[in-house]
Design a protein. Structure first.
Length: 393
């Protein structure tokens, strides 16, 4: 962190335990209120005018809603939440058995938060079956030439021969599968991908690439690019936040000390580019006065990553990152969280799924709305601040 950031953070207040409990109580109540509409169906990836609409179990985002149900269940142990979560597990088993929109790398986002969570909390054998099948689906996207899991698109085409920074959050599914099945193939592929990803997505200034292409013939690094950031050379806020959390998870599962240093650098860049209220704009190129929309989900993701890594640090450094996470989450709770159910059926306002720019290839979706992963990571951060939590990741 630079001196300006240290000064900014020094003057911010932390979220108190009481504030955290109050925020989580409201979030759980909101989840419970949503069950009537979103048990047989799922929430869409983002809200429209503050409200989520129902969708089937399609797209890469549905696991974040089921993850909220399991976090709510852990918080209050209301059996109706567990019943809703198990019903959705059945849907995830059906989805993987019938290969419904699973030709991509986001099996962890889908199955860690729904089925691994269910299995850890309840021992549901269907959840274990679904999650192992999802892990098999994920390793089917591994590219031996280049040593990475391909993100999207048909395999073995130069235009698709790439991975993205988000995938670091999909890899815990593979470690879990190795632990549960005793088969090392899942762990081996996860570790190969981690090594390739971290070696290439972090730039010299510790900003990160959203997506990185490998040479299909030689397996050598080719070039970085963006789909969702403002431009190729900028730092997409959510991508940088995936880097914060992803390097923390990489250390948890590998124990490689260099990943702690990578975490410090990537997190430092994220913090050095925060605005006054500690909640980033959708790309870290933008700051106060830019008129650009925020991405509040990035704040919660990064806070979760700091709380994860703090578990493996010496106490002085761990306390620093826990304090920063509390300060970021205080801003999210105070300034971005939904507090009036009449205004939204979500949890956190002012997220950005995807914003079109003159330099990126994305379509505009969910700009300045709630989004489903922002709501999930908000609940996860509050959970982590409230107790010793056994992660679904």
């Amino acid at each position: 962190m630079n001196e300006k950031t240290e000064t900014l953070l020094r003057n911010k207040k932390e979220l108190t335990d009481q504030e955290c409990k109050k925020a989580m109580d409201f979030a759980v109540e909101q989840v419970e209120d949503n069950l009537s509409e979103f048990t047989d169906q799922f929430k869409k990836a983002y809200s429209e005018d503050g409200f989520y609409y129902p969708t089937g179990n399609v797209n890469w985002t549905t696991g974040f809603w089921t993850g909220q149900i399991w976090l709510a269940y852990e918080w209050c142990r209301d059996e109706k939440l567990a019943q809703a979560g198990q019903k959705q597990v059945d849907s995830f088993l059906h989805r993987i058995d019938n290969k419904i929109e699973v030709d991509h790398h986001d099996m962890g986002f889908l199955y860690s938060l729904s089925c691994v969570a269910s299995y850890k909390l309840t021992g549901n054998p269907k959840a274990k079956e679904a999650a192992v099948k999802a892990a098999d689906q994920l390793i089917g996207r591994f590219q031996p030439i280049g040593q990475f899991i391909q993100a999207w698109g048909p395999m073995n085409q130069p235009e698709n021969y790439r991975f993205i920074i988000d995938c670091l959050l999909n890899l815990p599914l593979l470690y879990w599968a190795s632990e549960e099945t005793g088969e090392e193939k899942y762990r081996d592929i996860a570790e190969k991908h981690i090594h390739t990803a971290i070696a290439n997505v972090i730039r010299e200034d510790y900003s990160t690439w959203h997506t990185f292409f490998m040479n299909m013939e030689t397996g050598e690094p080719d070039h970085g690019a963006t789909c969702q950031g403002y431009r190729d050379g900028s730092a997409w806020a959510r991508g940088q936040a995936w880097g914060v959390y992803g390097t923390a998870l990489a250390y948890r599962y590998t124990g490689r000390k260099e990943y702690i240093e990578d975490f410090r650098h990537v997190t430092g860049y994220f913090l050095d580019h925060l605005p006054e209220d500690l909640v980033p704009y959708w790309d870290l190129e933008f700051g106060d006065g830019s008129g650009e929309p925020r991405d509040s989900s990035s704040a919660s993701i990064a806070a979760c990553g700091m709380l994860e890594m703090a578990q493996y640090m010496e106490e002085e450094e761990a306390a620093l990152y826990r304090s920063i996470a509390r300060k970021i989450m205080k801003s999210v709770v105070d300034n971005y969280a939904v507090k009036d159910k009449a205004l939204s059926n979500g949890l956190v306002l002012h997220s950005t799924y995807s914003k079109k720019s003159p330099y990126n290839t994305c379509t505009p979706e969910g700009v300045d709305e709630c989004n489903i992963w922002g709501d999930y990571f908000y609940m996860e951060a509050l959970t982590r601040l409230s107790k010793a939590w056994n992660p679904y990741w």
